[in-house]
Design a protein around this ligand. Structure first.
Ligand SMILES: *Cc1c(COP(=O)(O)O)cnc(C)c1O
Length: 387
């Protein structure tokens, strides 16, 4: 398991709560102010010039993210998709990106519908198979792109193993760490070049702002990403950065409750006669439990279950829940339920859905911070209503 507190730093809760510099020494303000200014007087001591290329609220958030990820640099963006765009924009025509076949749908769409037009090619493999490692060696891609756990089947990829093979060929590895956050998994420690997060999800945690972030130890990559931020206009708003900064302060606390709830609900669901099977990374029935335990601090807050019955029963079950809102997204303090086949993965063609194992009976839960007994009662009443 990853060391929660490397290099003798203060503990994770302390690092998440103390945001460092707040640019307000004259007032003694405890919370950082919001700096909505689009421009800054030339020659100011902090070197700000124009908010598209930097702002005090970006810098406060970046220093917090670097502190919890334990990395040298981080850069912030308007959304997770903006962060993905920033990385993809560093590629050139003819480059090939070797991607995990079950990436987040909007990442797939960006590569296939946008960057393909600029000559960037993709190849899709199942990174849980040994052949995928050979593919890295034989095709020598310009970049490797992973996600672990994957959405919605929570497949676990051995990040360290992939990074070792890729780095021996000098190939950068991007890990989309949105489902885990650096509290649960730190890809840079496992050898990744870039650790990307949609801060919209767990990091902000209150479903009221969008954001993305990329962490790295590599100065050259940081320069490329800052260039993309200003050249492509991918910067976040100061207000959203301020909200996300506030959100991070309770991230370790929120996750503690979410993970405890999720682990207990996973066990309840697994016993339920209306459930065929469930996926939860730390359960012994998960096919890659050993890898999960090696690289993750806990099993996380997402559970995927296959409900028995037909597609209509599954849909009715989702709608019959009272404490779980049926909605896209994840990671907030409120519990959500999602029907991947018709929601997050609606745009994936049916052959691919079948290949990935996403069928009409699959349900994905993002477990929130509510009382565990209320969530369990809710699941039981929804099953009872839709028998
Ligand atoms: C939501 C999500 C994104 C995209 O983030 P946005 O902030 O919605 O743009 C990227 N990757 C994963 C795994 C996500 O869940």
């Amino acid at each position: 398991m990853a060391n929660q507190n490397p290099k003798n730093l203060p503990g994770l809760n302390t690092r998440a709560i103390h945001h460092g510099k707040s640019f307000a020494s004259e007032t003694g303000t405890v919370m950082p102010p919001i700096f909505p200014s689009s421009t800054f007087m030339h020659g100011n001591p902090e070197g700000f010039d124009y908010t598209r290329s930097g702002n005090p609220n970006f810098r406060i958030l970046e220093s917090l993210l670097s502190s919890i990820e334990v990395c040298k640099f981080s850069s912030v963006f308007a959304s997770g998709v903006s962060a993905i765009t920033a990385i993809a924009s560093t590629l050139k025509s003819g480059d090939l990106v070797l991607c995990e076949e079950n990436l987040y749908g909007c990442t797939v769409r960006l590569f296939e519908k946008v960057f393909e037009k600029f000559g960037i090619r993709t190849q899709w493999v199942d990174f849980t198979t040994p052949e995928a490692l050979n593919t890295i060696k034989t095709i020598k891609p310009a970049m490797v792109w992973l996600e672990s756990p994957t959405n919605p089947l929570l497949k676990i990829i051995d990040i360290k193993e992939v990074c070792e093979v890729a780095s021996s060929g000098g190939i950068p590895v991007v890990v989309d760490n949105t489902f885990s956050t650096p509290i649960i998994q730190r890809p840079l420690e496992l050898g990744a070049t870039l650790s990307l997060t949609s801060t919209t999800k767990y990091i902000n945690g209150h479903s009221d702002a969008l954001g993305g972030a990329i962490c790295t130890h590599d100065k050259l990559w940081q320069e490329r990403l800052c260039f993309a931020q200003k050249a492509l206009g991918l910067q976040p708003s100061p207000f959203d950065c301020w909200l996300i900064t506030r959100g991070i302060k309770t991230l370790p606390l929120r996750l503690e409750r979410q993970v405890a709830n999720a682990a207990a609900i996973a066990d309840e669901l697994a016993k339920h006669p209306r459930v065929n099977w469930i996926r939860y990374p730390f359960r012994s029935d998960h096919p890659q439990q050993a890898i999960a335990k090696k690289q993750m601090q806990s099993g996380g807050g997402i559970i995927t279950a296959r409900v028995n019955g037909d597609a209509k029963d599954t849909y009715l079950f989702c709608k019959a829940l009272k404490h779980f809102t049926m909605a896209e997204s994840l990671g907030g303090i409120e519990s959500l339920v999602c029907h991947p086949a018709t929601m997050t993965h609606a745009s994936v063609d049916s052959e691919m859905k079948k290949h990935l194992g996403i069928d009409e009976n699959l349900v994905r839960f993002s477990i929130g911070c509510e009382d565990l007994s209320d969530l369990i009662d809710d699941l039981n009443q929804a099953f009872a209503q839709t028998k």
